[in-house]
Design a protein around this ligand. Structure first.
Ligand code: B4P
Length: 188
């Protein structure tokens, strides 16, 4: 059973690494960002509500995200573990995740944190902007996403550190090199 979180600022490589690590561990990678973008594309009610927050680089309100994650973690493919990417991002979301796991009588095993130099973060997201067409990959919105991360999400690292779950991993360098670093950190 493997229940993991992957955290880090925008551009740290969370989504990139989550997919690779989840595949190696045979567990689903669950990205709240991907679920939101899919809803925007499908023009669902949730997507129409979320779009304005995504476009501005702001966090989508906790009630929306918490309901979405609760429903996703109820699906049977998570019975043998999961890797959550991009959730939780606020202290309220930490509380909800704790409740969801407590209801199932299980707990988190590790919280991976990718660390990357600030200049490299902006460079990576701007690179992606040229191809992705993501509405939040413009320079102004990226800067706002970085601010939101340090104001609202970074404090969560202390919470998980206090619980002895934090596993910091150097996210600089080639994608495959980072994956191997993460896997060897998990094996310790
Ligand atoms: P996310 O989808 O999580 O977007 P992100 O923080 O930018 O991370 P992402 O996974 O896309 O980027 P990554 O670091 O992998 O969230 C988007 C928005 O959704 C948020 O701003 C918010 O509005 C909303 N949202 C999501 N979750 C929420 C929640 N829980 N609560 C409220 N709102 C929520 O990588 C970025 C780039 O770097 C990629 O182009 C990749 O190719 C490149 N890269 C990765 N590793 C690299 C490496 N080693 N070398 C070079 N490039 C690399």
């Amino acid at each position: 059973m493997t229940r993991l979180l992957i955290m880090g600022p925008p551009g740290a490589g969370k989504g990139t690494q989550a997919k690779k690590i989840a595949e190696r561990l045979s567990i689903p990678a669950i990205s709240t960002g991907d679920i939101l973008r899919q809803n925007v594309e499908d023009r669902t009610l949730l997507g129409r509500e979320a779009a304005r927050y995504l476009d501005a680089g702001e966090l989508v309100p906790d009630e929306i995200i918490n309901g979405m994650v609760r429903a996703r973690l109820d699906e049977p493919d998570t019975d043998h573990g999961f890797l959550l990417d991009g959730y939780p991002r606020t202290l309220a979301q930490v509380g909800t995740l704790d409740d969801i796991l407590a209801d199932e009588g299980v707990s988190l095993e590790r919280v991976l944190v990718l660390t990357v130099d600030p200049d490299e973060l902006v460079k990576r997201v701007l690179n992606r902007a040229q191809e992705s067409g993501r509405s939040d990959d413009t320079e102004d919105v990226i800067r706002r996403r970085l601010e939101v991360y340090s104001e609202q999400t970074e404090p969560l690292l202390d919470v998980y550190d206090g619980r002895g779950l934090l596993v910091p991993v150097n996210g600089m360098g080639e994608v495959n090199e980072v994956t191997e670093r993460v896997l060897s950190a998990l094996a310790k």
